[in-house]
Design a protein around this ligand. Sequence first.
Ligand code: ADP
Ligand code: MG
Length: 638
Amino acid sequence: MTVPLMQLQAVGRRYDEAGPDALAGIDLAIARGEMVAIVGASGSGKSTLMNILGCLDRPSRGRYLVDGCDVGALDADGLARLRREHFGFVFQRYHLLTRLSALENIALPASYAGGARRLRQERAHGLLQRFGLGGLGNRRPSELSGGQQQRVSIARALMNGGRVILADEPTGALDSRSGRQVMAILHELHGAGHTVILVTHDPGLAAQAQRVIEMRDGRIVSDSGTRVSPARSACADVPPEADRGYWGEAVRGAVAALAAHRLRSALATLGISIGIAAVVAIVALGAGARKYVLDDIRSIGSNTLYVNRGGDFGDDRAAGVRTFLPGDLKALAGEPWAASATPVTMRTLRLRYRERDFNGQVYAVAADGFLSSGMALVAGRGLVHEDVSRLAQVAVIDDNTRRRVFGEGRAVLGQAVMVGGMPATVVGVVRTRDEYRPELQVWLPYTTAAARLFGQDFFDSLTVRVAADVPAALAERRLEQLLTRLHGRKDFFIFNMDRVVKQMENTTRTLTLLLSLLALIALVVGGIGVMNIMLVSVSERTHEIGIRMAVGARQSDVRRQFLIEAVLVCLIGGVIGIALAFAAGQAFSLFVSKWRMIYNWQVVALAFVCASLIGLGFGYLPARKAARMDPVQALARE
Ligand code: ADP
Ligand code: MG
């Protein structure tokens, strides 16, 4: 079957449902290799026809076939592909991207078509030379004359091959000499096998073409006719192409676009960085606070089980329980899950030293495990097994007692102090971590206390330290079983700091979460700022989007371009925000010494993820708006 290269069948175009026809029933076939001039008065529909031929626009009625394929069946990306691979546009007003150099403008269509960057550069260079623009490659369009700009735009039309050159009044804005140069180039291209379609209202230029079509009021009123026979071709199924994105170029383009509006970009970045800084700082603050609180609790020992008499705190029957006996200790010493166990019986007794009396808390304990991890021996020794077995009259005192009873600066080791009427030799001094406990504390061997002070052989309570690697809950169960068996019934209850730790963990976590939500609001406000500048950017750059689409950018290319910009703003904001948060941590440590903010890589990673998501989320709407623009309308905006 022989088919024309391009064929219009009863094509109509109406810009407005109720408005007049810009094109009214056009039937036209153009063969490969033709040079066609379209003439007609202004407003007769020439540009409308050209836009439909070049797949920038779609007919409202009728069919348009390219190589026998109905273009109406193609989606936006299909049309973009035809524009990219098939057509090359040359516009009266050049439509070059003002921020790109001549060379970059020429290479632009190839960046949407693919291929190695080096080859594309070489080809663009070759085209630059071919049209006498060597040496001008780095100039911006504003630094070129009209004729030079038009030659750049012709080179751009040829970048991807440009089998069909669509030139809409290419000489309309040029002086006659430049116009002649451009026409010479178009003739040369025709001679080289390109199909050239030219709109002009200069009858002299039209006469140079083989075929002249005259339009009036959206209709073809005369056609000098074709003399080229249609080539053999058929509509073959075109394989779908892979979306070849050039990330490097897209990122460079985004940086350039952001740099073009520094203040605006900086403000949007600031908004994001404040949000990110708030999130990071609050999470770090929460982590720091949690660590501080938990360390404090853990210093008391979360691996410690406290066994008290009775059913619970405040149980009235507790005083009657007399089953906590030395046998319990002996049994516990044989259990692998118990690192140490000590009885604790506390009484308030009189301390007397050199005629002065004090009230002290006297603890009757065993040698092992009476020092909790919050206490440190600062002088002398602790209690030893020998003290216990021999009922030694020795005492370990705390720092408070040392200061109050003996006075500052006095040697206390070896001094005798009366404890509830029993003389005891001080063998060690302990400093407790808890500076809020002003009681005077004294520790005695439990055997000594039982025999000489309390007059009872049972204990008030037991403190069992769980062995390392043993879960506290497991040890608690074992302890309960053991003591129940020994006592013959469960006449005790076990208290464990682990529960307090868990509760504290939950509380601080909830608090951090709540504060993070507040910070997230700051982040959302920042995101809205980004969306705002992106929307402004899209509407400012409508013309640019039109040009990119005209040279074959897919919707996804345009969408990606704006998304990258939004994400870039957010990532830069993220980096600044993290730096701000770290600076805040430094400042914080100047004022608060007890604890500090804790940063970890998870927080930093979270910040980056947040920033990227904000960029994608709030950049999506503007990017979609850009991608969905109508190429013809976008081009018309300047
Ligand atoms: P020419 O290129 O021959 O001067 P056009 O194709 O640009 O003519 O315009 C044909 C008709 O369609 C004119 O009446 C014009 O006002 C109208 N027209 C062109 N573009 C648009 C548009 N984007 N929206 C509405 N009307 C348009
Ligand atoms: Mg026109």
